[in-house]
Design a protein around this ligand. Sequence first.
Ligand code: ADP
Length: 633
Amino acid sequence: MAETKQFKTEVKQLLNLMIHSLYSNRDIFLRELIANAADAIDKARFESLTHPEMAREWQIRIEPDKEKKTLRISDNGIGMTAEEVVENIGTIAKSGTRAFLQMLEEKGAGKENLPELIGQFGVGFYSAFMVAEKVELRTKKADSDAPAVSWTSRGEGEYELDSEIEKSEPGTEITLYLKPDAEIYLESWKISDIVSRYSDFIAYPIVMPERKVNSDKTETVTDRTLNSQKAIWLRKPDEITPEEYKSFYSHLANFGGTEYLKAIHLTAEGMSEFKALLFIPKQAPFNLLMPDIQKKGLQLYVKRVFITDECKELIPDYLRFICGVVDSSDLPLNVSREILQENPQLHRINKAVTSKVLSELKKLLESDPETYAAFFREFGRILKEGIHTDRENQEKLKDLVMYESMNTEPGKMITLANYVDAMPESQKEIYYISGDKREAVASSPALEYYRSKGYDVLFMTDPVDDWIMQSMLQYRKKHFKSVAKGDFEADEADKSAAEETVKKATEKFARLVDFLKKTLADKVSDVRFSVRLTDSPCCLITENNGLSPHLERLFKAMNQEIPASKRILELNPNHPLVEALFECCNKDETAPELTAYVKVLFDQALLMEGSPIPDPAEFARQITRLLLTGIKK
Ligand code: ADP
């Protein structure tokens, strides 16, 4: 019952890439197929915990045939039904693949990165076409009456499916008809080299038949096991080579390449017994912020038996960039995925893992601040979420966050401890300003007073910062204060002079203030004086509980309904422009140029804080007019 079917478009695109590109490292096709085989055995083994009749002597076999020029990889794992073959191999249902192809198109990602990316996106099976001109898959689903199936393809747009074949044992067998330039993969030394490099820790024996010619010229064939199967997380750290760490990391990390920043071993005894090996990755994958693509959680094993690779209960969401393995000795082996959700043991492991990761990060920050800063640049925006979501570890997390600030060079960050340590005696609060990016906040007039006092102001330029600040409240008993929100408060020493200046200006310029309130009635909720500014004539301030302008933009960009908020226009009582406007207003309040001046003043206040102006063309026209009158004088 063979039939020919077409691949889905994405598969065609992907195959095209596999077949026609040149790879720096074709070896990884074997790693991918072995990983699939091991996953399939994991599944069957998990099922066999409750269905003992499914238990087998689990094994992955690799059989090169030099005469036929084929390489066969087979497993006795879970297998697939015909529907599953069509779904898993003929289609790429995963949203990840489309994103993968899109990214390749957009970024023109270097061919040399392709193997890593293939691993990240779980399009592993197709990597067989890097070395094979034809691939044949025969599979039989374990514990099912469904007939065995075969699938054959040359990777050229279509595949053949035979939904009823002879295959007695459950499992999957993949035969690669090697391309002439890939015959090296028939050599046993090459195969065993790849296995020990990439798949040594696979928990099942990977065996290869070996022919030996005896002295009497007869041949014996014996199976040789190529991998040590040592669970690396159970071994002593000083007995693990950097190579082994690396290859285990790349096996685990469904994102993040092969480089990691730190490996963390954790052994817990007492209330809950478990061993864990965790990795802090070096680089964030480009899909880090796409939660539906990225797998979350750690791998859970119970006494070396694989249970699940997406155990979210083992680690808080804000540490989702950590990958690793937890092997528990006190969970029941036949633990179901539902039970996992409310298991107090997992809760304990989660606490211990969190605490260990945070203390390792703290150590890194103290011993190697530069590396830490590089880490924070990659993962900081995720780590920060914990300040909002994990009250228990909030103080520890506050020690781990970094920001750029008014006094740092662009690109350099400081911790809250650095900030507080550098605070002059007279400074009582931690100042910050939030906005889209450094350039926008760094030129905000709202910084002027603080600059003149020699205080630093933290730049909060991550979209999540404003949200997190709602939980931040204070650090080392110092409160946080946004410099662009709410009432301005001068230092104790300047207070009475400031109040006096504001009082005098309010009296003196009352007429101007009234005029501004009238003219800008639909734009601002109030017009007032403060000594917040030293150089600029005015700035816009958000009310204490109002949304900052960049958050407002963000919500709008996400199509969220938010009430239009009016802001407060603050004037600098000492600025000559205020005096000049006042005179103009006194002379003739109805003069058309006065209204034009005020509109320009408001628009430039928007520009200064990095907000867009409603009508740039109109703004430009007004400026031209003003320039003309200025030049003519
Ligand atoms: P991934 O393994 O990342 O899911 P692949 O393209 O390598 O992506 O495989 C697609 C799917 O095909 C797998 O998720 C699995 O369901 C199925 N599959 C692949 N190889 C095997 C195998 N040896 N045994 C059973 N199922 C397999």
